[in-house]
Design a protein around this ligand. Sequence first.
Ligand SMILES: Nc1ncnc2c1ncn2[C@@H]1O[C@H](COP(=O)(O)OP(=O)(O)OP(=O)(O)O)[C@@H](O)[C@H]1O
Ligand SMILES: [Mg+2]
Length: 468
Amino acid sequence: MPNSLQEVVQEVLRRVKPSLEEEERVSRILSKTVSTLREEFNRLEPEAEVLVEGSMAKGTWLSGETDADIFVRFPVKWKKSEMGETLIESVKRIFGPEKCRLRFAEHPYVKVTVDNINVDVVPCYKVEKGFYKSATDRTVFHTEFVKERLSLELRDEARLLKRFFKGIGVYGAEIKTRGFSGFLVELLVYSFGGFVKTLEALRDFQPPLILDPGGLYKDREEELARRARGSLLCVIDPVDELRNVAAAVSGESLSIAQYAAHMMLEKPSIEFFYPVYRASKEELKETVRSRGLNIVSITIPAWTNIPDILWGQAYRLLSRLSGFLEENDFGVLMERAWSDEEKNIVLLFILEEVEKRAAILHMGPPYFSSNVPRFVETYLSSERMLIHPFPRNGRWWTVLKPKVRDVREAISKFMSSSESLKGFSEKILESLSRSTICVGDSVVDAVENPEYTSFLERCINPFPWLSK
Ligand SMILES: Nc1ncnc2c1ncn2[C@@H]1O[C@H](COP(=O)(O)OP(=O)(O)OP(=O)(O)O)[C@@H](O)[C@H]1O
Ligand SMILES: [Mg+2]
């Protein structure tokens, strides 16, 4: 087992750096795909440009990875919607609709599988640097920056940091993760001069951490500080001085990154990069039982196939329900969401308790307070009153029925309250009406999917490297 920092880094590098054969295979498939697309698009729009983009163009992809990005640049005269539709129709025609899946970011794009590689074909505008019309227009300039400024060694260091962030669960800028994007990883490694140096910087920084890798704010430090105000991490996009590449990074992700960097430098291990979650369903059930965890899951059929929308709404639902449980006197210890982004969403809660006592002692005002008559009056007429208000040890009290008996009742109440569900679409409400609730160790069986099982393990034990 490698255990010095140097040895661990070497071992991970060996795993993440694609071999020459792998590089050649991927680039053969991509060139073929690009030529096919070029032929088609040149017929439709002679000015269109088809380019390999993303980590496969930058040389920062991880061995074994099967995702690639191809961008089609349209002249600006195209309407956004027409550009998207044309692209989707063409890709479907060329590769067959069964190999294509429609996805959405700022505009629609297509995922097509060619020889086991999943290629995102993304439309964007062919604009000059700095004159962006849509969110994906900066990408070609990002690629250019990385290719110009990062040496081959630094690109390998970016692979290490990417793998590290994936391992600790903070890789990806999507709403699901709110972590570090591929481009941000490249900029960090470039700014600090390597993987280990980035870890040291992450370990040692106090927010805000402000970086300007393109040197766009040279001699304008005050303006830069103003621009970064309010962010924990601000990394100025070298191709757009108004944009913070780290805007999507949540405090939670950044704090995990800092602590993991601290631990990795103190006790280097492969486990940061490749954490192992291998508890069986039986073992998980046993953990839930033996620790007496009050765990509850709600499985809801997915209501959209657009991941960012699904996750955004799922998190909103999660926090709304969490607040509702708190209002109904359930202490929420942990709340999490999981989804396969296709069939199901699971909202998961760990609570202080799942059943309420039969009666609750409810405190009123002290003796001789002017509020005593009102307190007595209020609770005498309350539906929840079990024992009339009475004085004892310096105060007035009453004994009430709990607001709800158990968590199932609370969730049903939530689902049938239009007040609680205000703002959620009909589609979501319809899905909610088909949801199922599990309490206790049966949450393990809520969804049949190994990724769900490992999600549950991560809820209870998020950082396997902690216990080493
Ligand atoms: N939501 C988005 N909005 C705008 N541009 C995006 C968005 N997502 C991705 N991009 C652009 O598309 C490119 C490819 O994105 P992707 O997430 O695949 O990153 P990557 O650098 O290829 O890393 P990875 O190795 O994880 O694929 C990025 O370089 C980025 O500039
Ligand atoms: Mg990519």
